[in-house]
Design a protein around this ligand. Structure first.
Ligand SMILES: Cc1cc2nc3c(=O)[nH]c(=O)nc-3n(C[C@H](O)[C@H](O)[C@H](O)COP(=O)(O)O)c2cc1C
Length: 159
């Protein structure tokens, strides 16, 4: 089974989970990198990131987008931003068709509700087979062993 793990990460949490997933499967890892990155600090970090989600912006990406057809299972990961996935993931979902593909979704958050994000994913992926959705609370701030156990438990649900 060939697997693709696609993610966007501003501060490394989603990247960490994506890398751990990638280590457990045969396949590829793709980071979504916007041409203009969001500020990582200060007022602008939340202001510009939040604005970009609210206005449903689709930033230009540097990354070469994948051909989902060659994969059996595709993971898509994002941080939770203002109640949804990050704008770079919005660009991915607007640009690439995941029709008929088996998709597993993950989100990293700081304790906020992930329900609206899952609903937004479902709206954007109406023709995909969404097999699972999981939220990880700021994994870089947690005990790595606990994160690995949580991840392993989640992956074991994905058939
Ligand atoms: C612009 C912005 C908006 C955010 N909005 C939320 C939110 O609504 N709820 C929440 O729980 N965390 C929110 N966060 C925190 C991140 O989702 C969280 O720290 C996540 O683990 C970061 O992932 P990353 O390190 O891959 O970027 C926000 C962070 C940023 C930068």
């Amino acid at each position: 089974m060939k697997t693709l793990v696609i993610y966007y990460s501003l501060e490394g949490n989603t990247k960490r989970i994506a890398e751990l997933i990638h280590q457990k499967y045969v396949g590829d890892l793709l980071e979504l990198i916007p041409e203009k990155e969001n500020p990582k600090e200060g007022f602008g970090k939340y202001f510009w990131g939040g604005k970009s989600v609210i206005f449903k912006e689709s930033p230009q990406l540097i990354s070469v987008l994948p051909d989902p057809k060659i994969y059996d299972l595709i993971f898509i990961g994002s941080p939770l931003w203002a109640g949804s996935y990050a704008p770079s993931v919005h660009t991915l979902l607007n640009t690439v068709s995941f029709e008929g593909k088996k998709v597993a979704l993950f989100i990293c958050h700081s304790g906020g509700s992930t329900i609206s994000t899952f609903n937004n994913f479902k709206k954007q992926l109406p023709t995909s087979n969404i097999v699972s959705f999981h939220g990880f609370k700021d994994p870089l701030a947690q005990d790595p062993k606990a994160v690995d156990q949580e991840l392993q438990a989640w992956l074991s649900e994905i058939k």
